[in-house]
Design a protein around this ligand. Sequence first.
Ligand SMILES: [Zn+2]
Length: 109
Amino acid sequence: MYVNLGSRNITIDDTNFGSWCNVEGSGDEVPSDGGAWKEFYKKRNNGNWPRNCCVYGCREKATVGAHVRRLDGIQWSEEYIAPMCYRDNHHENDDPMILKPGTVLVPTK
Ligand SMILES: [Zn+2]
């Protein structure tokens, strides 16, 4: 059961920076427009792609559009694309991750 947060871009701030995690996903899933998830993200974010990974404390370059969800109470939100480095885009566990304030997340749908 998922929480629909409105299918709009979300900007991480001090109310929602915690409790996100990678979701498996969607490595082989293709965006509806056929491009890579990074390109998908840029199209939905005015062409912008941040320089650095969105995980708090990470200084690596953002290289991949990772799938994330937010745990909201007992429910997961819909999926979002988050700019991450390869190292942090690990979906073999679902440990909560803290995202940097100011990060923009783009819904996959
Ligand atoms: Zn990182």
